[in-house]
Design a binder for this molecule. Sequence first.
Ligand code: LLP
Length: 437
Amino acid sequence: MSINQSIKPYTLEEKEHLFLGGCDLVDLAKKYGTPLYVIDEATLRGICREYKKAFKDYKNIHMMYASKALCTSAITRILDEEGFGFDTVSAGEIYTVYKSGVDMSHVLFNGNNKSTSEINLAIDFKVGRFSVDNFYEAELLNKIASEKGVRVDILLRVTPGIECHTHDYIQTGQIDSKFGFDLSQVDDIVTLIKDNYKNLNLKGLHAHIGSQIFELKSYYDEVDILVKEIARINGKFGLNLDEMNIGGGLGVKYTDNDAPPSVNELAKAVTDAMEKYAVEIPTIYIEPGRSIVSTAGVTLYTVGSSKQVPNGRKYVAVDGGMADNPRPSMYQAEYFAEVANKVKSKDKESVTIAGRYCESGDILIENVELPIMKAGDVLCVYNTGAYNYSMASNYNRVEKPAMVLVNNSHSDIIVYRETLDNLISHDNIPDRLRKYD
Ligand code: LLP
């Protein structure tokens, strides 16, 4: 079984307690407190290698980890060691990657509204590629690059007009999207670059059709459209574009209802589409985020109060929720969980896992069959490596959880738990409101 087709990290052991990376998850909860994000290094590296292996016959492929899925200094170190470049979308992501020692020529800067200061920073840090999203950005980037006396390598982000079956909010390649140039606008932007924007060096096209994708045909169609479009541009403008970035999006298995394709199947869809045209696109970029890091992560929570609604359902509340994992309330995302200290228990009941935040919508998992829980039990929610910490907030003024990396029976903190002082560290009380000096 391919790693991204499994719900649980593949180094998971089920004894009396759950173990991950050789560490007892109940001990980790005690040692570091909860909620706690836990990342299994072996699973993460295994998935990176699975990607590399799947595309190994295609020599000029650049794997660019979409750091929006999970961006911390230790994670970027691991991805760098595994030979991945980085898709970044903000000064914060660029800075994290830079400070963790990444060769910045392996970094691509993406986004539909890059600010002047972000563009300045990206040029100063010498990021390898800009994915130019719109006319405004092309003009701005050219202006800043010319002021700095540099020429920057760019791809053009286009919307290939592919609708894939995923949640509306995470679909990006359809015609009416806030991202990228419509294909009908490509000639205008290429003409502007060729004739006016001398500080932009156009290398190819970029698209991203969506996230949590299960249909390989969407990738096949995407490659088809991009290959034809690049050939058309080269023919019409006498250019030699030779780069194609197909974005990310491969889905993962959050529950038994999900059946994502394997990385091998994705690689085959891409190479088949390339072979069909027998064209030379020497360089392909691929930007997986979720499928790299999701399965490697779990979140541990401590169970607190429970409530049986008379003639209704039973709620079991945990000490985290929508601020550390906003996905269920934002996208109706479904997760699978187990009780880390009751792995073998046969005494089960159907419960709804509620978060601790002051919103009725703060439900982590609806109607799940789990061992009967009481206060103090440790709940382990699977597949929380992607878009959990990276989308976490301080809603209700709650400190963000810590994150630990486990490997070979050893655990290391990679993100410290926020403190109450961290929470007020950016506050300021104007002099006229001060009570104490
Ligand atoms: N490349 C581009 C240009 C993207 O916009 C994205 C994700 C990726 C790559 C990585 O896609 P992935 O392989 O992770 O699916 N917050 C949402 C997901 C938003 C994805 C946005 N773009 C969620 O929690 O489901």
